[in-house]
Design a protein around this ligand. Sequence first.
Ligand code: DX5
Ligand code: ZN
Length: 215
Amino acid sequence: MAEIAPSILAADFANLQRDVEMLNNSSADYIHVDIMDGMFVPNISFGIPVCEAIHQHAQKPLDVHLMIEQPDRYLEAFRKAGASILTVHFEACPHLHRTIQHIKETGALAGVALNPHTPVELLSEILSDVDLVLIMSVNPGFGGQKFIENTYRKIARLNRIRKEYNYQFKIEVDGGVNLANAEALVAEGTDILVAGSFVFGSQNPVETIAALKNK
Ligand code: DX5
Ligand code: ZN
């Protein structure tokens, strides 16, 4: 059984409070908040004030996924805007060790995200310091993309490393998650499933979240 982090990127932005309340009344474990800067990724989503507005209504922890360049500049601001987990991209952080310590100093849990082409082995010297590893199963920037099949092997390799060294970080998978791939992702070692369009595009999002959780 996985934890579920519905991605608010797929919500109706004109009815954010309604959609956050729907998530409050569901079995979701987190609210996944995608921050895109139009630089690290080719799309712009929303920023700190919107994160804060979500937090005002949310009864679930905010899992904030920073798809931005130089994320150190904004860690305190997103923490103040309600982030419980702050995840930065490996590809955006030349001084990742420092950035991870910086996140911990804010009081948030620290996550690192990997783009589809980045091997999990590149994290070997930082895995003992992180609370979460986010494996992108699409190229970051947009919701509603097709799941990349190589993700299963990547999670299996990361899970093997985690077992070998008895690390405690969680494994989160993000992009193209649905009921057809959730079970296999959990079997390979995934702890948290992010799902955007599959949840918000369904007839009954609360039931869809419950169905994903049972995988
Ligand atoms: C993609 C984002 C994802 C996205 C997932 O760049 O990081 O969190 O919202 O959306 P779906 O589930 O529609 O692929
Ligand atoms: Zn995300």
